[in-house]
Write a protein that binds this ligand. Sequence first.
Ligand code: 5GP
Length: 238
Amino acid sequence: MKKTDELYSGKAKTIYHTEDPNLLIMDFRDSLTAFDGEKKSEVPKKGYYNAQISKKLFELLEEKGIKTHYREMVAGNEMLVDTVSIILVEVIVRNIATGSMTRKYPFEEGTVLDEPVIVMDYKDDSRHDPMLNEDIAIALGLATREELAGIRQTALKINEILKAYLDERGLLLPDFKLEFGRRGTEVVLGDEISCDTCRLWDKETGDSLDKDVFRFDKGDLAAAYREVARRIVPEIFD
Ligand code: 5GP
């Protein structure tokens, strides 16, 4: 399957049409932004590592019965996916208090939460992704009550699968962001699951191995992403 014209270019990925209207190609680029696009950079191989990590995690989730938009890789940093209509809700799952959770609420940094906390934000950079509650999401026509309940349940299941998988690879999963879309009448997982969308901490040292390295100038981003790829997709280093 080959790319045809560009559908959309975001901050880190470009989406292309293919000859099949039901399929799109996501090109994971090396560009990187933070703080609603205010901070920008280019990091060689970042797109490749994120694409390969996403591929592996989508395959894992599919094996465990989670429906995703993932089809196959068509190049090192190009993923063939089903065309879905994106639901403009960022679903954030938190296991450890950090980031905006400790900025906004009186949680102590690094507190392990008794139960995962799910937060849904309205995906709109111009409004700084404001937090939604169910009524606002429904009033905005973003999703139905049933869809939101299903998304919540799926997000919790994904959290359990990812937490266990990453733990075996020496990684903690403090939090991550998911996006869902409609494929026909069903809601499936979309977007990506990568170092750009998850917080990943080394279990031994507590070091950040994710986009926080870039957000907060914590060191060598390429080295951090390579380390995560080495643990999740060792086969690409053979
Ligand atoms: P926080 O709310 O602490 O900024 O982010 C919580 C988690 O969700 C982090 O893992 C972060 O990477 C992810 N996240 C939240 N919003 C966004 C977003 O707009 N873009 C990306 N890439 N990740 C996000």
